[in-house]
Design a binder for this molecule. Structure first.
Ligand SMILES: CC(=O)SCCNC(=O)CCNC(=O)[C@H](O)C(C)(C)COP(=O)(O)OP(=O)(O)OC[C@H]1O[C@@H](n2cnc3c(N)ncnc32)[C@H](O)[C@@H]1OP(=O)(O)O
Ligand SMILES: O=C([O-])CC(=O)C(=O)O
Length: 397
């Protein structure tokens, strides 16, 4: 069992020279804390949660158990798992006022990621312990937030289509209940597995932009709800969590496997980015993408629609040929949207579903950071003028 690994400092790290000294652009490879939540070997393509390889968790675990592991740092016993699952299930419903907020925004076509931010933000107002940073309150809030995100997303889906909301069912797993609240029937095994595996694979990833945003927020001793809103806001961008939606839109635009190569070649010749490809840390194939690719193949076969799997395979060939020499490989977003598409989920919900899982990692990191807390407050190198003479507005030209 390997303990501490040294973070590899990439050779391509972008350092900008400034009058005040070097600036590490985008904080590449800058360490912000010690952690025992997750670790990534970006060269070998290995991801661990609490020391367990993602491959093993994908094969043997499920969302509830992996969420417990990431939050509490150990695999649960049978009774701990059933207590945790029960707590998650009994926290699924929302106050009626939150359903009303979601309805108004959804009926006005507000993107579900924005609605997620708004609903989580508003939920803090319904928790008398929202600002309590004690361990006990934080764990309760982490569980509550994890429990309600699927309900917010499914309610948005229903309201935006003029459909009545479907209240959560306590006797279904986290993944199955989500699909039930979206579509109104108990999902089949493969569909449930597609969501469950997706959730396991996305729970945590060390300190990407969204998790860093959560750290910055919690470092001010704000409440956990607000820190999670910061995470959701940063996840939304297409360079981060929004890439799953963007990648699926690319496959839809490509339309057929034979159009994949010319499409990608044209896009790259125009200097554009292929969504679902490249990663700040992985300089090889993302291990989660490998795992999820197999699921997408199985799901495509079961659903009798191989088109998007085949399009992605053709795109992958061009990526491995043209971008892999630059250390750019498919990431998790390359494959994940196809599964969501096959489940009948519209693409604006793909990033919210990412948040549904990552909320666990954000919470675990916020709780961990408060143990060794210090306010985040970096500096910038000012290059503008000083002591400029103020001219009153009526004397300005
Ligand atoms: C869950 C996640 O968040 S995983 C990431 C999801 N995001 C995406 O899939 C969006 C597409 N990918 C990207 O934009 C990038 O690979 C990122 C943002 C994820 C990481 O990039 P960084 O490590 O910051 O690298 P950076 O943006 O500096 O790019 C380095 C070089 O690779 C190129 N490059 C990076 N990604 C891609 C891509 N997807 N397609 C084509 N070229 C790319 C850049 O144009 C740049 O080229 P240059 O040096 O000639 O200017
Ligand atoms: O780690 C990153 O930079 C992006 C991320 O969240 C992930 O890949 O899951």
């Amino acid at each position: 069992m390997e303990s501490v690994r040294k973070v590899e400092i990439s050779t391509s790290g972008k350092v900008i020279e400034s009058p005040c000294g070097p600036i590490i652009h985008g904080l590449e490879d800058v360490l912000i804390k010690v952690t025992s939540i997750s670790d990534i070997d970006g060269r070998k393509g290995i991801l661990w949660y609490r020391g367990y390889r993602i491959d093993d968790l994908a094969k043997y675990s499920n969302f509830e158990e992996t969420a417990y592991l990431v939050l509490y740092g150990k695999l649960p016993t049978r009774s701990e798992l059933s207590e945790f699952s029960e707590k998650l299930a009994s926290n699924r419903d929302l106050p009626e006022e939150i359903y009303s907020i979601i309805r108004v925004l959804a009926e006005n076509k507000v993107h579900p990621m924005l609605v997620l931010e708004s609903a989580v933000s508003a939920l803090a107002g319904f928790d008398p312990k929202a600002g309590d940073l004690s361990k006990e309150a934080l764990y309760d809030q982490a569980i509550r937030l994890t429990a309600v995100l699927p309900t917010i997303i499914a309610a948005h889906y229903r309201f935006s289509r003029g459909l009545g909301v479907i209240k959560p069912k306590k006797d279904l797993s986290h993944a199955a209940n989500f699909l039930y609240m979206m579509f109104g029937s108990t999902p089949d095994e493969v569909s449930t597995r597609a969501i469950d595996l997706y959730l396991v694979l996305h729970i945590d990833h060390e300190v990407p932009a969204s998790t860093f945003a959560t750290h910055v927020a919690i470092s001010t001793w704000t409440d956990l709800y607000s820190a999670i809103v910061a995470g959701i806001a940063a996840l939304k961008g297409p360079l981060h969590g929004g890439a799953n939606e963007a990648a699926m839109k690319q496959y839809l635009e490509i339309g057929s496997p034979s159009n994949a190569r010319p499409y990608v070649e044209k896009l790259l010749a125009e200097g554009k980015r292929l969504m679902g490809v490249g990663h700040r840390v992985y300089k090889t194939y993302d291990p989660r993408a490998r795992i999820y690719k197999d699921l997408v193949r199985e799901l495509s076969e079961k659903k009798g629609n191989m088109t998007y799997y085949q399009i992605a395979e053709e795109v992958e060939k061009v990526v491995l040929e043209k971008l892999a020499p630059k250390n750019l490989y498919p990431n998790i977003d390359f494959w994940s949207g196809i599964a969501m598409y096959l489940l009948g989920i519209p693409y604006e919900y793909y990033t919210p579903i990412f948040a549904m899982s990552r909320v666990v990692g954000w919470s675990a990191h916020a709780i961990e950071y408060l143990n060794e807390h210090r306010l985040f407050r970096p500096r910038a190198c000012y290059i503008g003028p000083h002591d400029v003479q103020y001219v009153p507005i009526d004397q300005r030209k």
